[in-house]
Write a protein that binds this ligand. Structure first.
Ligand SMILES: O=C(O)CCC(=O)C(=O)O
Ligand SMILES: [Fe+2]
Length: 336
């Protein structure tokens, strides 16, 4: 069956999010890779979200980053504001509560965040290619005086980036492409991580204020760690039903973003999701947004278009697309 036929036959009224076992991720036997690619293809065409288990990232690395996220967000407001993302040209740093608004009909996202991108662990600043590679490239900003913060956060970052890099060949196989299809498009791959803190929502609840308003992600895919034991993330199916995506111990969530929807002419789904923390306790999550290089044009793969399925999107570069979405979310036009 062709990709277009598979998309036409898709059942988008999902009620569950599939779990994919990555134990054999590094086993390059063609049959093993094809089986994994098939699982991923089904999840991408029908849901746009899946969990991965046995992903190989150590719990210590995750806990290290989580501990530092908790320490950072408990700093006094003024200290966090010293590295506010509006002060940097590339949106890195701290975003205070309600400063972002992912859903234009909402009144702000009830979350605070800390965003950073590629940086070697052992000291070197961002390399030149990264500097050139687009709106979100350029130096990270780090909070001063937080011992171990940069190291622990970057340790998890690099583990998650390695996982993300190993998924690109599977996405390519899932699209019936050679497994190295994305290699030359992800040389300075945009890989942005965000530590997120969602305070509990108490008092009178305004429905226009939730943790993060309904949105799609902008890059190719996101690898999301969410705090165990707290239900917050929800995914919208095509019957307009919000399906819970609860944290499942030992797993990470992978969801597709708009770049993959554009590459695939919507055959891979960039599914709308949101997070609401009405659990009564603080919630932390850590997404890593994984894109192609910013100069890459988001042109649909030929097998994803047909006379019955014409091109759905205007062709833009990955960088221009992400920049436009960032500006809409954080409204930097107002920033001097
Ligand atoms: O915190 C979550 O569970 C979701 C976060 C998210 O969707 C995002 O940052 O794009
Ligand atoms: Fe998201």
């Amino acid at each position: 069956m062709s990709l277009v036929e598979r998309a036409e036959a898709a059942n988008l009224a999902f009620n569950d999010i599939p779990i994919i076992d990555l134990s054999h991720l590094r086993d390059k036997t063609p049959a093993t890779q094809q089986k994994l690619a098939e699982d991923i293809r089904n999840a991408c065409i029908n849901v746009g979200f899946f969990y991965v288990q046995n992903h190989g990232i150590s719990e210590d690395d995750i806990q290290g980053a989580l501990e530092m996220a908790k320490t950072f967000f408990s700093l006094p407001h003024d200290l966090k504001m010293e590295i506010e993302n509006r002060k940097t040209p590339n949106f890195k740093g701290y975003s205070p509560l309600l400063s972002g608004n992912n859903n234009p009909y909402g009144a702000g996202d009830l979350q605070e965040g800390f965003e950073f991108g590629w940086e070697e662990l052992d000291g070197g600043p961002n390399n030149d290619d990264q500097e050139k590679s687009g709106v979100m490239a350029g130096a990270n900003v780090w909070p001063s005086g937080l011992i171990g913060f940069r190291e622990k956060v970057l340790k998890y970052y690099h583990a998650a980036v390695n996982l993300g890099k190993s998924l690109f060949p599977l996405f390519a196989l899932a699209l019936n492409l050679p497994d190295d299809f994305f290699d030359d498009k992800t040389k300075n791959s945009a890989a942005l991580m965000k530590l997120l803190h969602y305070p509990p929502q108490t008092g009178i609840i305004d429905d226009r204020v939730i943790g993060i308003g309904a949105h799609t992600d902008w890059e190719c895919f996101t690898i999301l760690w969410q705090e165990p034991g707290i239900q917050a993330l929800q995914v919208l199916n095509n019957e307009k039903k919000w399906v819970n995506a609860p944290p499942i111990p030992g797993t990470l969530v992978v969801n597709l973003g708009d770049q993959f929807a554009r590459w695939t002419n919507d055959i891979f789904k960039s599914t709308i999701h949101r997070a609401i923390n009405r659990s009564g306790v603080r919630r932390y999550s850590i997404p890593l947004f994984f894109g192609t290089d910013y100069n890459v044009r988001l042109e649909p793969i030929p097998s994803c278009t047909s006379p019955e399925r014409p091109l759905k999107y205007e062709i833009v570069t990955a960088g221009d697309y992400v920049k436009s979405r960032l500006q809409a979310t954080f409204d930097h036009s107002k920033v001097k």
